[in-house]
Design a protein around this ligand. Structure first.
Ligand SMILES: O=C(O)CCC(=O)C(=O)O
Length: 313
């Protein structure tokens, strides 16, 4: 075939170039979100279909302890990308609140960044993002909650569904902690609030820096003899997931202590899925994980969380 162009061909308008096809699933938005949360890129979404990467290992040789430890749950191929994606996309808070012990009021500065999505079992989100009553399937009264519940963005909802499938549990809340450095921590506590019901299952993911996860049996009260339990230390690596279930929360405490100089300054994300059964759970989680303070967002140039302002968008 001749490649010589004719005069006619020279003046003929050239074919319009095809627009590049971008994968453009829309970001998740909601009236309560400071800014939209992107969907997972196809590379992440596809690889999540292969999770869990390993079967969970049961740890239950101590009294009242029932753990299922996935080392890892998120495949090595994507754990870094997932960490970077969530740190970049989500909005975070550094919650401050006051507690009163007797007559003394103390200011608490939560020593980590937090964010939360979800609503307890008495309500659910309609596809348009409005809240409906689980029993009557009608819009909830405006004054049901003291807070403004937020639906899980699509990316976290996908991870929730995968987690439900592999743990045979259901979850309606997603709490996220970001430990910016070894100075950030969570002190010994148990997730044993009544609003989680008896024997709650908590699926807890680690991404980013390795951090120690410490567990110890709750002290025995009164005349009970101290049970022969040993404290437990798990060094949680990026991609790991630990499912705490059965009697664990009512009998054991867990914490992420401060740690210096072990790579912790690279940051760690913890994602927990759990199920709250009554409205007080919803109010509690928003009070302590969103609070009343300003929004933080990851700044990739400064490589730190910075105060986010609306006009910056
Ligand atoms: O960061 C972790 O691994 C633990 C988080 C935790 O205990 C909690 O959010 O209740």
């Amino acid at each position: 075939m001749s490649t010589k162009r004719t005069l006619e061909g020279f003046f003929r308008p050239t074919q319009p170039k095809k627009a590049r096809v971008e994968s453009s699933e829309e970001a998740s938005t909601h009236a309560t979100y400071p800014f939209p949360v992107s969907q997972f890129p196809p590379s992440l979404k596809d690889s999540l279909g292969f999770c869990p990467a390993r079967e969970g290992r049961v740890i239950n040789e101590q009294p009242d302890l029932d753990l299922l430890y996935f080392e890892p749950y998120i495949t090595k191929r994507i754990e870094r990308e997932l960490f970077e994606f969530l740190r970049q996309e989500l909005f975070f808070y550094r919650v401050q609140y006051k507690i009163k012990r007797g007559l003394v009021e103390t200011q608490i500065n939560t020593p980590r960044f937090t964010t939360v999505f979800g609503v307890d079992e008495t309500s659910y989100f309609a596809p348009d993002g409005s809240l409906m009553d689980s029993k009557t399937k009608t819009p909830i009264p405006k004054d049901r909650y003291k807070c403004r519940p937020r639906p899980l963005p699509a990316c976290l909802d996908l991870l929730r569904k995968i987690t439900e499938g592999s743990t045979v549990e259901t979850y309606n809340f997603c709490l996220i902690n970001y430990y910016a450095s070894g100075d950030d921590s969570i002190s010994y506590h148990s997730d044993d609030e009544r609003f989680l019901g008896p024997n709650p299952a908590i699926a807890s993911f680690s991404l980013g820096a390795k951090r120690d996860f410490l567990m110890k049996h709750k002290p025995k009260s009164g005349f009970e003899t101290q049970s022969a339990t040993k404290p437990l230390k798990l060094s949680l690596a990026s991609g790991d997931m630990i499912l705490m279930r059965g009697p664990t929360q009512s009998n054991w405490l867990h914490s992420i202590p401060k740690r210096k100089g072990t790579g912790s300054e690279k940051g760690r994300i913890n994602i927990t899925f759990r199920k709250a059964i009554v409205k007080y759970g919803t109010e509690n989680y928003y009070q302590y994980n969103v609070g009343a303070g300003g929004v933080y967002k990851w700044d990739p140039n400064r490589e730190e969380m910075v105060t986010w302002k609306e006009e910056a968008m």
